[in-house]
Design a protein around this ligand. Sequence first.
Ligand SMILES: [Zn+2]
Ligand SMILES: [Zn+2]
Length: 206
Amino acid sequence: MSRLCGDYMLNTVFEFETLLTESVKIHGHLCPGQVLGVRMSLLGLREIGIDDPKGKDRKNLIVYVEMDRCATDAVQSVTGCSLGHRTMKFMDYGKMAATFVNIATGKAMRVIAREESRTTAKNYFPEIENKYAAQLEAYKIMTDEELFDVMEVRVRIRPEDMPGRPSRRVVCDACGEHVQDSRELYRNGRALCRPCADTGYYEPFF
Ligand SMILES: [Zn+2]
Ligand SMILES: [Zn+2]
Protein backbone atom coordinates (compact mmCIF):
# COMPACT_ATOMS: atom_id res chain seq x y z
CA MET A 1 0.00 0.00 0.00
CA SER A 2 1.44 3.38 -0.98
CA ARG A 3 1.80 6.11 1.61
CA LEU A 4 -0.86 8.16 -0.11
CA CYS A 5 -3.25 5.24 -0.10
CA GLY A 6 -2.46 4.57 3.57
CA ASP A 7 -3.18 8.18 4.49
CA TYR A 8 -6.37 8.10 2.48
CA MET A 9 -7.54 4.99 4.33
CA LEU A 10 -6.64 6.51 7.68
CA ASN A 11 -8.49 9.71 6.86
CA THR A 12 -11.53 7.77 5.74
CA VAL A 13 -11.63 5.68 8.90
CA PHE A 14 -11.04 8.76 11.03
CA GLU A 15 -13.80 10.63 9.23
CA PHE A 16 -16.20 7.72 9.61
CA GLU A 17 -15.52 7.33 13.34
CA THR A 18 -15.88 11.08 13.95
CA LEU A 19 -19.17 11.21 12.07
CA LEU A 20 -20.47 8.12 13.85
CA THR A 21 -19.65 9.59 17.27
CA GLU A 22 -21.45 12.80 16.37
CA SER A 23 -24.46 10.94 15.03
CA VAL A 24 -24.71 8.72 18.12
CA LYS A 25 -24.68 11.82 20.29
CA ILE A 26 -27.62 13.31 18.40
CA HIS A 27 -29.57 10.04 18.07
CA GLY A 28 -29.04 8.96 21.66
CA HIS A 29 -27.62 5.48 21.14
CA LEU A 30 -25.27 3.45 18.98
CA CYS A 31 -27.18 1.07 16.74
CA PRO A 32 -26.81 -0.62 13.32
CA GLY A 33 -28.97 2.18 11.87
CA GLN A 34 -26.39 4.81 12.87
CA VAL A 35 -23.58 2.92 11.17
CA LEU A 36 -25.71 2.30 8.08
CA GLY A 37 -26.91 5.90 7.94
CA VAL A 38 -23.40 7.33 8.22
CA ARG A 39 -22.09 4.94 5.54
CA MET A 40 -25.08 5.67 3.31
CA SER A 41 -24.52 9.42 3.61
CA LEU A 42 -20.78 9.24 2.94
CA LEU A 43 -21.46 7.21 -0.19
CA GLY A 44 -24.32 9.41 -1.37
CA LEU A 45 -22.36 12.64 -0.87
CA ARG A 46 -19.32 11.23 -2.64
CA GLU A 47 -21.46 10.08 -5.57
CA ILE A 48 -22.92 13.57 -6.11
CA GLY A 49 -19.58 15.33 -5.62
CA ILE A 50 -20.25 17.03 -2.30
CA ASP A 51 -17.41 17.00 0.19
CA ASP A 52 -18.35 19.77 2.61
CA PRO A 53 -22.11 19.37 3.24
CA LYS A 54 -22.21 21.61 6.32
CA GLY A 55 -19.81 24.22 4.94
CA LYS A 56 -19.30 25.48 1.41
CA ASP A 57 -21.74 22.96 -0.12
CA ARG A 58 -24.54 23.48 2.37
CA LYS A 59 -26.78 25.35 -0.05
CA ASN A 60 -26.29 22.78 -2.79
CA LEU A 61 -27.72 19.73 -1.08
CA ILE A 62 -31.16 18.24 -0.58
CA VAL A 63 -31.76 14.72 0.73
CA TYR A 64 -34.90 12.64 0.34
CA VAL A 65 -35.17 9.96 3.01
CA GLU A 66 -37.55 7.06 2.48
CA MET A 67 -37.61 5.84 6.08
CA ASP A 68 -38.33 7.30 9.50
CA ARG A 69 -35.97 5.02 11.35
CA CYS A 70 -32.66 5.22 13.24
CA ALA A 71 -30.67 5.72 10.01
CA THR A 72 -32.62 8.89 9.23
CA ASP A 73 -31.04 10.64 12.23
CA ALA A 74 -27.60 9.61 10.99
CA VAL A 75 -28.35 11.04 7.54
CA GLN A 76 -29.40 14.29 9.19
CA SER A 77 -26.29 14.34 11.36
CA VAL A 78 -23.82 13.73 8.51
CA THR A 79 -25.45 15.89 5.85
CA GLY A 80 -26.70 18.71 8.09
CA CYS A 81 -29.98 18.51 6.17
CA SER A 82 -33.17 18.81 8.18
CA LEU A 83 -36.93 19.15 7.81
CA GLY A 84 -36.74 22.58 9.40
CA HIS A 85 -34.33 23.80 6.74
CA ARG A 86 -36.43 22.13 4.05
CA THR A 87 -33.26 20.38 2.94
CA MET A 88 -34.49 16.97 4.12
CA LYS A 89 -37.64 15.59 2.55
CA PHE A 90 -39.40 12.69 4.21
CA MET A 91 -41.01 10.29 1.76
CA ASP A 92 -42.99 7.77 3.76
CA TYR A 93 -42.10 4.68 1.69
CA GLY A 94 -40.90 2.40 4.46
CA LYS A 95 -37.72 1.69 2.47
CA MET A 96 -34.17 1.84 3.76
CA ALA A 97 -33.11 4.27 1.05
CA ALA A 98 -32.21 7.91 0.54
CA THR A 99 -31.57 10.11 -2.47
CA PHE A 100 -28.83 12.72 -2.35
CA VAL A 101 -29.34 15.63 -4.73
CA ASN A 102 -26.70 18.15 -5.72
CA ILE A 103 -28.92 21.06 -6.69
CA ALA A 104 -26.01 22.97 -8.24
CA THR A 105 -25.32 20.24 -10.79
CA GLY A 106 -28.61 18.33 -10.79
CA LYS A 107 -26.79 15.09 -10.07
CA ALA A 108 -28.93 12.79 -7.90
CA MET A 109 -28.08 9.39 -6.50
CA ARG A 110 -30.46 7.06 -4.72
CA VAL A 111 -28.67 4.80 -2.24
CA ILE A 112 -30.57 1.70 -1.21
CA ALA A 113 -29.53 -0.56 1.66
CA ARG A 114 -29.31 -4.12 0.36
CA GLU A 115 -31.53 -6.65 2.06
CA GLU A 116 -28.77 -9.28 1.75
CA SER A 117 -26.46 -7.16 3.89
CA ARG A 118 -28.36 -8.34 6.98
CA THR A 119 -27.37 -11.96 6.41
CA THR A 120 -23.91 -11.07 5.11
CA ALA A 121 -23.36 -9.19 8.37
CA LYS A 122 -24.16 -12.28 10.40
CA ASN A 123 -21.63 -14.28 8.33
CA TYR A 124 -18.90 -11.73 9.11
CA PHE A 125 -19.30 -12.29 12.84
CA PRO A 126 -20.79 -15.77 13.38
CA GLU A 127 -19.41 -15.73 16.93
CA ILE A 128 -21.58 -12.78 17.93
CA GLU A 129 -24.88 -14.20 19.19
CA ASN A 130 -26.98 -11.07 18.94
CA LYS A 131 -27.76 -10.31 15.31
CA TYR A 132 -27.96 -6.54 15.88
CA ALA A 133 -24.54 -6.53 17.54
CA ALA A 134 -23.19 -8.51 14.57
CA GLN A 135 -24.77 -6.07 12.12
CA LEU A 136 -23.39 -3.11 14.00
CA GLU A 137 -19.81 -4.39 13.73
CA ALA A 138 -20.14 -5.73 10.21
CA TYR A 139 -21.69 -2.58 8.77
CA LYS A 140 -18.51 -0.75 9.80
CA ILE A 141 -16.26 -2.94 7.67
CA MET A 142 -18.40 -4.25 4.81
CA THR A 143 -17.77 -2.69 1.39
CA ASP A 144 -20.13 -0.12 -0.09
CA GLU A 145 -21.03 -2.71 -2.74
CA GLU A 146 -22.03 -5.24 -0.09
CA LEU A 147 -24.09 -2.69 1.80
CA PHE A 148 -25.77 -0.66 -0.91
CA ASP A 149 -27.13 -0.45 -4.38
CA VAL A 150 -26.72 2.93 -6.05
CA MET A 151 -29.14 4.24 -8.64
CA GLU A 152 -28.67 7.45 -10.62
CA VAL A 153 -32.00 9.27 -10.74
CA ARG A 154 -33.51 12.57 -11.77
CA VAL A 155 -35.36 14.56 -9.13
CA ARG A 156 -37.55 17.46 -10.12
CA ILE A 157 -37.75 19.75 -7.13
CA ARG A 158 -40.75 22.06 -7.34
CA PRO A 159 -40.07 25.72 -6.51
CA GLU A 160 -42.50 25.48 -3.56
CA ASP A 161 -40.37 22.70 -2.07
CA MET A 162 -37.13 24.67 -2.14
CA PRO A 163 -35.57 26.19 0.98
CA GLY A 164 -36.30 29.88 1.50
CA ARG A 165 -39.27 31.97 2.47
CA PRO A 166 -42.78 30.55 1.95
CA SER A 167 -43.90 31.26 -1.59
CA ARG A 168 -47.51 31.97 -0.67
CA ARG A 169 -50.17 31.62 1.99
CA VAL A 170 -53.80 30.72 1.34
CA VAL A 171 -56.74 30.52 3.74
CA CYS A 172 -58.62 27.20 3.80
CA ASP A 173 -62.23 27.82 2.81
CA ALA A 174 -63.45 25.20 5.26
CA CYS A 175 -61.48 25.59 8.51
CA GLY A 176 -60.03 29.08 8.05
CA GLU A 177 -56.49 27.99 8.87
CA HIS A 178 -53.61 29.29 6.76
CA VAL A 179 -51.80 27.00 4.36
CA GLN A 180 -48.41 27.92 2.95
CA ASP A 181 -46.15 26.67 0.18
CA SER A 182 -48.96 25.65 -2.21
CA ARG A 183 -50.06 22.70 -0.07
CA GLU A 184 -53.73 23.57 -0.53
CA LEU A 185 -56.01 21.51 -2.78
CA TYR A 186 -58.84 22.80 -4.92
CA ARG A 187 -62.29 21.22 -4.85
CA ASN A 188 -65.16 22.79 -6.81
CA GLY A 189 -63.32 26.10 -6.86
CA ARG A 190 -62.68 26.11 -3.10
CA ALA A 191 -59.18 26.20 -1.66
CA LEU A 192 -58.94 23.56 1.06
CA CYS A 193 -56.21 22.41 3.40
CA ARG A 194 -55.40 18.72 3.10
CA PRO A 195 -57.28 17.54 6.21
CA CYS A 196 -60.39 19.35 5.00
CA ALA A 197 -60.05 18.11 1.41
CA ASP A 198 -59.28 14.48 2.27
CA THR A 199 -58.81 12.88 5.62
CA GLY A 200 -56.28 14.27 8.02
CA TYR A 201 -54.35 12.33 10.64
CA TYR A 202 -56.53 13.96 13.29
CA GLU A 203 -60.23 14.42 13.92
CA PRO A 204 -61.63 17.28 15.95
CA PHE A 205 -62.54 16.02 19.44
CA PHE A 206 -66.09 17.13 20.09
ZN1 LIG B 1 -31.09 3.73 16.82
ZN1 LIG C 1 -59.04 23.33 6.38
